[in-house]
Write a protein that binds this ligand. Structure first.
Ligand SMILES: NC(=O)c1ccc[n+]([C@@H]2O[C@H](COP(=O)([O-])OP(=O)(O)OC[C@H]3O[C@@H](n4cnc5c(N)ncnc54)[C@H](OP(=O)(O)O)[C@@H]3O)[C@@H](O)[C@H]2O)c1
Length: 344
């Protein structure tokens, strides 16, 4: 059902430290009407991602930061409500950077692009924000292209019970590796071990990390899928093997920093062990996403990959829900349900 207004969250003030509600301005606007070439999309699911924190800042980054006063940028799954574009019809399911709002104009002069999802859907709609979306592609290309894991090697994943980490670890298992996950609670450790088939799991909030890594990785570490940076990277470097690979996926331990973050204090090990560290941004792999999606869809069907979703009800809760990415109070992929899904 169509809401009478378009609720929006706009960026009001750039955060210093943790994100606060006051960083956003809540607005109610009329629902826009599409002009020729445009479509009106009703947002159904909004993805909350650590990169939202980067976009809110004005640090040098891989996309332009969100401007003060702009609708907060966010990946959305939605349904076309009205189309003045011959390539899209009412009812089409689409994804795009449609933002923290109930409705968005896309295509034409709107400046926003959309991609149509397959119909009928081969899986629940939300999977397109998880394993069959950017999340799954990030895990796939980061691990396989940059990590180059070989059967029998030891792969360590940080933020392992999160959206990307949980998929990366399972792909490493499929490739025959010993997989060790690092995460922030005993309950998440149990999930990694009992549901996802990790070989070992470490609660970095309670364990002595260097000791725990030595116990869990008796043959050292060949691939470190780094979602975090900071002190976890330093601990991993103490156990890193000759010619190891480190796909640098994210640095969530540093996104809320209020002063410059020093580099790893065990940086010397990258030289001594001839380690290859490579940062990557998943958008660079866009032309190849279908490779990842085809493989991951097959692994999902075969039950070799499982995923969890934390669904927060209501757009109004987006500014508080995003904190779950930083306090770790969720498992798997974090999404906000903005409106009713037309299908599953
Ligand atoms: N390069 C790319 O193209 C790309 C694409 C997508 C995501 N990423 C990056 O990948 C990483 C994971 O993203 P995601 O979407 O999958 O998020 P996520 O893992 O689902 O959520 C973030 C998790 O990070 C952990 N965390 C938060 N602060 C931490 C800290 N100070 N130290 C250690 N762990 C901390 C929390 O779990 P715990 O309970 O384990 O602490 C939290 O659940 C992020 O760094 C993100 O920026 C990169």
């Amino acid at each position: 059902m169509k809401a009478a207004i378009n609720r929006q969250f706009r960026l009001a003030v750039r955060p210093v430290g943790n994100i606060k509600q006051s960083n956003f301005e809540y607005r109610e606007e009329p629902i826009p009407s599409p002009s020729d070439g445009e479509v009106l999309v009703r947002n159904v699911y909004l993805s909350l991602d650590p990169t939202n924190r980067i976009w809110m800042s004005d640090m040098p980054q891989y996309m332009p930061p969100v401007e003060i006063g702009q609708v907060m940028r966010g990946v959305v799954l939605g349904v076309v409500e009205e189309s003045k574009n011959p390539n899209f019809q009412t009812g089409d399911l689409v994804s795009g950077l449609l933002g923290w709002q109930d409705y968005a104009l896309a295509l034409g002069n709107s400046g926003l692009d959309i991609t149509r999802l397959p119909q009928p859907l081969p899986c629940p709609l939300t999977a397109f924000l998880g394993p069959l979306g950017a999340t799954g592609c990030t895990a796939y290309f980061g691990l396989l292209e940059i990590g180059q894991p070989k059967a029998g090697e030891t792969v360590v994943v940080s933020a392992a019970a999160g959206a990307v980490g949980s998929i990366a670890g399972q792909i490493a298992k499929i490739k025959g590796c010993r997989v060790v996950g690092i995460t922030g609670s005993d309950e998440k450790c149990r999930w990694l071990l009992e549901e996802l088939g990790f070989d070992a799991a470490i609660n970095y909030k309670t364990a002595d990390l260097e000791t725990a890594l030595a116990q869990s990785c008796p043959n050292g570490i060949d691939v470190y899928f780094d979602n975090v940076g900071g002190s976890i990277l330093d601990a991993v470097l103490t156990k890193i093997n000759l010619h190891a690979r480190i796909p640098l996926c994210g640095l969530i331990a540093t996104y809320n920093a209020t002063s410059p973050v020093p580099g790893p204090s065990n940086y010397s090990q990258i030289l001594m062990k001839r380690v290859r560290v490579e940062g990557f941004i998943i958008l660079d792999y866009l032309p190849r996403w279908s490779e990842a999606i085809n493989d991951i869809a097959q692994w999902l069907n075969q039950g070799k990959i499982k995923y969890a979703l934390e669904i927060v009800e209501g757009l109004e809760n987006a500014p508080s829900a995003i904190l779950k990415l930083f306090d770790g109070n969720k498992k798997g992929k974090l999404v906000v349900k903005v409106s009713e899904s037309p299908t599953i």
